[in-house]
Design a protein around this ligand. Structure first.
Ligand SMILES: Cc1cc2nc3c(=O)[nH]c(=O)nc-3n(C[C@H](O)[C@H](O)[C@H](O)COP(=O)(O)OP(=O)(O)OC[C@H]3O[C@@H](n4cnc5c(N)ncnc54)[C@H](O)[C@@H]3O)c2cc1C
Length: 602
């Protein structure tokens, strides 16, 4: 079976050196039969059963371990850490924190070097904060991801640990790994606890009458809000912070050395150029305090045009306002990409530097609501809470329909839609009648490169792609426009774009990224209907009415004003050295509708 090739970096900002991790090339697309079998017996349920069948009251040993993962990089309000600390205190033993750097897992998930850099920057701060509590953060690199279960069990043995705690990662491989760890721990008499922490309302709670995960957002969101409001003390609990170990742990032969394992500054295959690293530090500062400050700014202060682009999110000059704060006007302004209309909190949520619970708690100052969460459509706060619910929704989709993390479309009937360009993996194409000719393949490959580098001749698409390449983040509406353009106008397999986004995004998250891509490609849960293909020029005028977003990222068009900016004529484009459109939108739209209406048609 052919493997999905690694895509070359479009911007020179990140290096992907040929290392063991970079040459590791796991199979990304399962067969439809394998996906259906996994959907029928979801690994999350297996993990929850393994936890339930584990060791309820382990014999006391010498320590309790909290295994921190890439999605829970914080000390405050961290469910597994809090539980682990309480257990350690109850039995009067030290708490130890473990973090495993796993480059093969990062490659398997197409992790962006910027996301890895953000992880390491946050870990370095966490190590310092934990050390103040005399809690060691032990960091190890494991080059072979299959060895992780054994490595964790050996680590527990070496510390005579009797309990291990972690927050759940909902991707298929990670769940299967944790089932193996649960079973291994049980055989050693160690209790293993895997806690729900990523979502406000965990997967499995908001389900249909048939006890299935929802595949439509609106009824999900209504049920989500009523579950949440019915049990706020549980869902929005601010989990107690860890309590300090005895200082004597530092002198212990068993634990003392764990304080000395350094957090690396970079990991081979995922390094950043020093200039890019410095820029990322400025645009996405690490640490829980910064995350809370960024959230606070969104809730308290007004939007500013100077905050467009790759700038310090906490730059001075923000103006407080109750009525005009960014969250207060979010309902009306959220689709505008020409200012800082949204929170830009996603990198902190994806890395767990801030809990989703903390985001919801921060919206609850309105006394008229009497301690309830506003999730309605008529207020800025309510609309924003609905976005956080989208995040929960996509995690529930991932947990309930694991096929989506196996490279399959949620709607299997679209597996045979004919895409332009080289097959992503041959299994996805076996049923596609008629192979593209070499000329078609070359044209599609060239179009993919133009899309990646922001040279499609559609200003809004190009501005958004350049913003993504430069900042590792781009506004939601822009993500939609770019994804729709690749999958419908260029008719390139959405998995090409999904992978490229993951390789670039600092907030890259399988559930939300896959959900967003499959929504735009019309293959996912509750998707955009295939006959509703975005017109990039109209979208551009709506999302960037001032043109500031395009002018910021496409300087060739800096002097252009009015409608020409959104759709430059051939003469203007040629004069300014800007490319001509790679496709004609109307023709491309008809092709997309034809191919989706009759999957397999040319
Ligand atoms: C093609 C595509 C790919 C995407 N990939 C990712 C990704 O890898 N990681 C990621 O976190 N988000 C992803 N999103 C969702 C969304 O674009 C980002 O969460 C949002 O742009 C982050 O900016 P913000 O924090 O300012 O959002 P805000 O508007 O302030 O929203 C607050 C939070 O709600 C959540 N949220 C908002 N919109 C969505 C959404 N549509 N789906 C899921 N959660 C949402 C995010 O956690 C976000 O931080 C993707 C969307 C699309 C269309």
């Amino acid at each position: 079976m052919s493997k999905r090739p690694l895509s070359p970096a479009a911007s020179p900002s990140s290096k992907r050196t040929r290392t063991a991790a970079a040459t590791f090339n796991p199979r990304k697309i399962a067969s439809s039969a394998a996906a259906a079998a996994t959907d029928a017996d979801p690994p999350l349920l297996k993990l929850l059963k393994a936890v339930k069948d584990g060791v309820p009251t382990p014999k006391k040993g010498d320590s309790v371990v909290y295994w921190m993962r890439m999605g829970d990089l914080r000390i405050s309000d961290n469910r597994a850490l809090s539980l682990a600390s309480a257990h350690a205190k109850k039995d009067n033993v030290p708490l130890v924190v473990l973090f495993i750097l796993s480059p093969q897992d990062w490659t398997a998930h197409d992790r962006a070097p910027r996301r890895i850099d953000f992880t390491l920057r946050n870990l370095a701060l966490i190590k310092l904060s934990l050390a103040e509590l005399h809690i060691p953060l032990h960091t190890v690199t494991q080059p072979n991801r299959r060895a992780i279960p054994q490595q964790v069990l050996s680590f527990l043995d070496s510390l005579n640990a009797f309990a291990v705690y972690a927050n759940i990662e909902y991707e298929v491989d990670e769940l299967r790994r944790d089932v193996a760890i649960c079973n291994g721990a049980k055989s050693k008499g160690i209790s293993a606890t895997f806690a729900h922490d990523k979502c406000v309302v965990e997967p499995g709670v908001v389900v249909t009458g048939q006890n299935k995960s929802y595949a439509v957002y609106t009824p999900y969101q209504k049920a989500w809000l009523s579950k949440l409001n019915a049990n706020i003390p549980y869902y929005l609990e601010d989990c107690p912070p860890p309590r300090a170990n005895s200082e004597s742990v530092r002198g212990s032969p068993k634990f003392g050395a764990l304080f000395d394992t350094p957090v690396p500054v970079s990991v081979a295959g995922f390094e950043l150029d020093p200039a890019d690293r410095a820029k990322m530090e400025e645009v996405w500062p690490a640490g829980e305090t910064k995350a809370q400050d960024i959230l606070h700014r969104f809730i308290r202060t007004k939007s500013r045009s100077c905050q467009l682009g790759a700038v310090d999110p906490l730059a001075p000059g923000a103006e407080d306002s109750d009525k005009r704060s960014r969250i207060a006007v979010y309902d009306a302004e959220r689709d505008r990409a020409d200012r800082d209309t949204t929170s830009r909190i996603s990198p902190y949520l994806a890395a767990g530097v801030l809990s989703a619970r903390a985001c919801i708690r921060a919206t609850m100052s309105n006394k008229a609501l009497q301690g309830k969460v506003d999730g309605g459509k008529t207020t800025g706060i309510g609309r924003w809470v609905q976005e956080v619910a989208w995040r929960d929704f996509y995690v529930c989709v991932l947990a309930g329909f694991p096929r989506v993390s196996m490279g399959r479309p949620f709607l299997e009937k679209y597996a045979n839609v004919r895409w332009e360009g080289p097959p992503v993996e041959e299994t996805a194409y076996t049923a596609t009648p008629g192979s593209p000719s070499p000329i078609e393949l070359a044209l599609a490959a060239a179009n993919i490169e133009k899309w990646k580098s922001g040279r499609t001749g559609y200003p809004i698409v190009d501005a958004a792609m350049r913003c993504l390449n430069e900042m590792g983040w781009v506004h939601n509406r822009m993500r939609m426009i770019c994804a729709m353009f690749l999958s419908k106008d260029l008719m390139i397999d959405w998995r090409v774009g999904e992978k490229y986004f993951m390789e670039k995004l600092i907030d890259g998250d399988l559930a939300s990224n896959n959900g967003g891509w499959q929504w735009c490609a019309s293959t996912g849960v509750d998707p955009c209907p295939y006959f509703r293909v975005f017109n990039p020029h109209l979208q551009s005028q709506k999302a960037d009415p001032t043109g500031n977003f395009i002018r910021q990222w496409v300087p060739e068009l800096g002097a252009v004003r009015g409608p020409d900016l959104h759709d430059p004529s051939a003469s203007i484009a040629t004069k300014l050295g800007y490319p001509l459109p790679v496709v004609k939108h109307n023709e491309a739209r008809d092709r997309a509708i034809r191919r989706f209406k009759d999957p397999g048609a040319a």
